[in-house]
Design a protein around this ligand. Sequence first.
Ligand code: HEM
Length: 158
Amino acid sequence: MDLKAISLTLHLLSAVIWVGGMFFAYMILRPIAGQQLEPPQRLSLWAGVFKKFFPIVWLSVVLLPLTGYNLIFSVWGGFAAVPLYIHIMNGLGIVMILIYMHVFFAPYKRLAQAVAIQDWPTGGKKLNQIRQLIAINLTIGIIVICIAGLGRYTSFMI
Ligand code: HEM
């Protein structure tokens, strides 16, 4: 197996796990937790969920550009030769990574602190910020996957 095959496989796994994880958290867990749990249990649940999920997202946000740039240089011979859909994927991928880093270093850190000292009103505000940013990143992630999938076989994207 060559490095291109390994790169594309790791690239796809990173995208599937990151975007799939956001999809599950936002579309499935969030409404059920909102219906069934009071703020202390709900905020503690989310702090625990993010503590487990975010190290995996860190791995994805390192692997996506690393493997993506490896593919750009090994398959296409550099940025000058790549089709439009890969430029769009690169741009939107960087936006997603910056949004994730902001979530991690700002509202998530404060959510974890608030849960540790049982400050539920502050925790609720921070969770709300995380929810909005994850909604944005999930939307961009789904758009990027559609662009990546359609781009390869759609001539207007070339
Ligand atoms: C961060 C910068 C990124 C770069 C530089 C990049 C680059 C690339 C490259 C070069 C390919 C191979 C395309 C081909 O040869 O046809 C690819 C495929 C793909 N990428 Fe990205 N990517 C990035 C981020 C992302 C993100 C954030 C996602 C998903 C959320 C994503 C999803 C995909 C998918 C689904 C494919 C498979 C498309 C195919 O092989 O036809 N990429 N990417």
